[in-house]
Design a binder for this molecule. Structure first.
Ligand SMILES: Cc1cc2nc3c(=O)[nH]c(=O)nc-3n(C[C@H](O)[C@H](O)[C@H](O)COP(=O)(O)OP(=O)(O)OC[C@H]3O[C@@H](n4cnc5c(N)ncnc54)[C@H](O)[C@@H]3O)c2cc1C
Ligand SMILES: *[C@@H]1O[C@H](CO)[C@@H](O)[C@H](O)[C@H]1NC(C)=O
Ligand SMILES: *[C@@H]1O[C@H](CO)[C@@H](O)[C@H](O)[C@H]1NC(C)=O
Ligand SMILES: *[C@@H]1O[C@H](CO)[C@@H](O)[C@H](O)[C@H]1NC(C)=O
Ligand SMILES: *[C@@H]1O[C@H](CO)[C@@H](O)[C@H](O)[C@H]1NC(C)=O
Ligand SMILES: *[C@@H]1O[C@H](CO)[C@@H](O)[C@H](O)[C@H]1NC(C)=O
Ligand SMILES: *[C@@H]1O[C@H](CO)[C@@H](O)[C@H](O)[C@H]1NC(C)=O
Ligand SMILES: *[C@@H]1O[C@H](CO)[C@@H](O)[C@H](O)[C@H]1NC(C)=O
Ligand SMILES: *[C@@H]1O[C@H](CO)[C@@H](O)[C@H](O)[C@H]1NC(C)=O
Ligand SMILES: *[C@@H]1O[C@H](CO)[C@@H](O)[C@H](O)[C@H]1NC(C)=O
Length: 575
């Protein structure tokens, strides 16, 4: 089934007044059929994941009402491992909706059993879920899609897991390339990047673009090695996470994802299937190491450095979430000690009522001694707070750490989430006055967030900048990537949605005021001011040149990505 009339109608109105974009020429049923047959029948209709729960659907929306499937969706709504299996699911759900027109097909993230959002008069609408997608299996599938988009003007998007916070893996009326089913994993103890001399051999894990963290960690554990990943189960490790930087619990000592990648296999918009590594297509390799996903081509696989299994020291301290008076004291003790902890290799995650730290560089005695100020402070709260917990432990591997501390503590998904970030450099910790200003700014930020403030201590502080990556240089001197998070439930009015974006910007402004312009592109404010400098520092001009070389017709474009054109109708759903 094709839903051509809907697509044409939508784009006829959406493209009006935007002369820069390739206009959609008449895409005939024949052309869609030809595309489908050229990719061996792997063209599918993109259906919003909650469609089975809606009795009513707008014309052109695929799928059917189905109580059995609806109950599966309600159970899986908050579970990222469920959502990434579905093409029509976006984990931060507003990116499957069209915010500007309030067209949506979502259920409640607060209570997924609540029938109201999916009951009449509410209608399941396509929103920003791409109406068509190709289930990518090889380079040819991608080459066919680039040729089709160039010919017809139908915009392309690349979707992997759908975790993006800025809507970069969806667009109204688009054709999506879904890389989820590229799941293969292999380990080579002496991987040589293609075209490099044998002396370049290093242990490497090669992964399909769709491989998700939980499977990669299990694979590494089974092979008795360490592979650096993010701190969530189902983010992809070769897509947006990697190309945007890729932080994780071990990044302080082992580097970001971009520091460790050895090779990419990629189809560029020029139609070429290329290998990019330190011996060939080196400009592209550099651009892919931080320039961002969805920009330079479609990655089919990447190979990342593997390290020996490593023993880790873990420290955890928490008090009751409602004990809000204790937060300032927690921030003070953490600010006082954070530079030292960074130098000792700790990665960490600090919430208003808890801190989790992990390092591969100390033994258990050293770690307990290093964390004493934190433990002393939290212990001092115990007489009046029954929620105090202190934990200091040694674990035999990253896999064990992941299983115990990450796997079951995923960030909430199935919500309309908005985030803002700031990289906070060591300079903010270097005097009594600057530390006190920092604690004040954190308290003000916290007072303005509706959901949470997380101080993510996972910068590559001990991994020098060799010019090999294109993320902002500010990552190397940062102690934290501070993330403020807010949002709204189900289909709040557009005014409330705008207020949520403005609110998160204002919250992070307190940190902006005392730090240089630097932010993490993957967890950034959708309205990040000066984003080219914030995400890429001095690297932007060269990234733009490389973008033009590999994508001369701008077939790939996404929000605040290198070379993006804000007037493109593909962004018509942003508010
Ligand atoms: C719950 C949660 C936890 C997170 N935890 C972390 C964390 O610990 N560390 C961290 O660094 N980040 C984390 N993030 C942020 C994460 O890095 C971004 O959401 C990132 O965009 C996810 O990439 P993806 O490919 O999985 O998702 P998608 O939304 O599918 O894609 C994101 C972007 O990458 C592009 N892309 C995807 N695949 C490809 C490909 N094969 N070729 C070319 N372009 C591609 C897309 O076009 C899009 O622009 C988290 C996000 C969430 C929602
Ligand atoms: C593409 O072809 C396959 C196999 O013939 C078919 O199952 C599928 O429904 C087609 N896709 C679309 C969008 O019609
Ligand atoms: C509903 O979905 C289930 C599971 O996919 C399927 O077995 C069943 O046939 C569907 N029911 C109807 C009425 O389509
Ligand atoms: C969620 O919604 C269902 C259905 O309306 C209701 O029965 C249930 O009590 C709600 N749960 C919570 C925690 O509010
Ligand atoms: C590992 O890579 C080397 C160098 O490319 C190659 O010769 C060898 O066959 C590979 N081993 C495996 C098990 O794939
Ligand atoms: C696993 O790796 C560690 C660290 O390299 C090594 O000491 C240990 O012997 C290995 N174990 C096995 C079973 O190979
Ligand atoms: C926090 O909540 C617990 C119960 O969950 C209660 O016993 C305690 O008094 C509360 N503390 C504060 C500071 O409100
Ligand atoms: C928290 O601090 C405020 C202001 O200092 C004080 O009035 C209040 O009693 C404190 N609450 C608790 C639970 O200690
Ligand atoms: C930890 O390392 C210190 C040296 O810094 C050493 O004195 C101590 O014995 C070690 N402790 C353990 C438990 O290995
Ligand atoms: C502290 O940071 C400021 C701002 O970067 C810098 O000017 C100053 O030299 C630093 N001082 C010390 C003692 O490191």
């Amino acid at each position: 089934m094709f839903f051509l009339p809907f697509i044409l109608l939508f784009w006829a109105s959406a493209t009006h007044g935007h002369p820069h974009e390739l206009t959609i020429r008449d895409v005939t049923l024949e052309q869609w059929r030809a595309l489908n047959s050229s990719v061996g029948g792997k063209l599918h209709v993109g259906v919003p994941v909650a469609r089975p729960c809606f009795r009513l659907a707008a014309p052109g929306v695929g799928g059917t009402t189905n109580a059995t499937e609806c109950s599966t969706v309600r159970q899986g709504w908050g579970d990222s491992l469920f959502l990434v299996e579905h093409f029509g699911a976006y984990l931060n759900v507003q990116w499957g909706s069209c915010q500007a027109t309030e067209q949506t097909c979502v259920i409640s993230g607060l209570n997924s059993s609540n029938p109201v959002p999916s009951d009449p008069p509410n209608i399941c609408q396509q929103g920003s879920v791409p109406p068509h997608y190709i289930d990518v299996r090889d380079a040819s599938d991608v080459q066919k899609a680039f040729a089709f988009s160039k010919k017809t003007g139908v915009p392309l998007v690349v979707k992997n897991t759908g975790h993006d916070y800025k809507g970069r893996s969806s667009a109204p009326g688009s054709l999506a390339l879904w890389t989820h089913n590229l799941q293969q994993l292999s380990y080579n103890t002496s991987f040589v990047p293609i075209g490099c001399p044998a002396s370049h051999a290093k242990p490497g894990v090669t992964m399909g673009a769709g491989a998700i963290i939980t499977n990669i960690v299990a694979f590494a554990e089974a092979n008795n090695i360490t592979v650096v990943t993010g701190a969530e189960t189902s983010v992809g490790a070769s897509g947006g996470w990697l190309m945007g930087g890729g932080h994780g619990p071990l990044a302080n000592t082992y580097g970001l994802g971009v520091d460790r990648v050895l090779e990419f296999k990629i189809v560029t918009p020029t139609g070429d299937f290329l290998t990019a590594n330190e011996c060939q297509n080196t400009d592209l390799f550099w651009a892919l190491r931080g320039g961002g996903g969805g920009t330079f081509g479609v990655v089919l696989e990447s190979t990342t450095l593997a390290s020996p299994r490593v023993t880790l020291q873990v420290a955890f301290a928490a008090f009751s979430r409602n004990n809000t008076n204790a937060t300032r004291g927690l921030y003070e003790v953490i600010v006082d000690n954070s530079v030292r902890w960074a130098e000792q290799g700790y990665g960490g995650y600090i919430e208003p009522n808890q801190a989790l730290y992990v390092t591969p560089n100390l033994n258990s005695t050293e770690s307990a001694a290093s964390m004493k100020p934190l433990f002393d402070y939290v212990t001092s709260l115990a007489p009046s707070d029954p929620g105090v917990k202190i934990l200091s432990m040694e674990l035999p591997s990253y896999g064990a750490f992941f299983q115990n501390f990450i796997a079951n503590s995923g960030a909430p998904v199935g919500e309309n989430a908005v985030v803002g970030t700031r990289l906070v450099p060591a300079a903010n910790f270097n005097s009594t006055a600057s530390r006190s200003a920092l604690v004040d700014a954190l308290m003000q930020t916290l007072a303005h967030v509706t959901f949470d403030l997380t101080l993510i201590a996972t910068s590559p502080y001990n991994v020098p900048d060799t010019g090999a990556t294109s993320v902002t240089e500010a990552w190397r001197t940062a102690i934290w990537h501070a993330v403020a998070e807010g949002g709204w439930d189900a289909s709040a009015p557009v005014a409330d949605q705008k207020a949520a974006y403005a609110g998160i910007s204002q919250a992070i402004d307190f940190l902006r005021a005392i730090t240089p312009d630097a932010a993490y592109q993957n967890e950034a404010d959708v309205n990040e001011p000066n984003h080219e400098v914030s995400f890429w520092g001095t690297n932007y001009p060269r990234l733009l040149q490389i973008k033009k070389k590999y994508d001369p017709h701008n077939l790939l474009s996404c929000w605040h990505c290198v070379g993006y054109d804000p007037s493109s109708p593909r962004f018509s759903c942003y508010i």
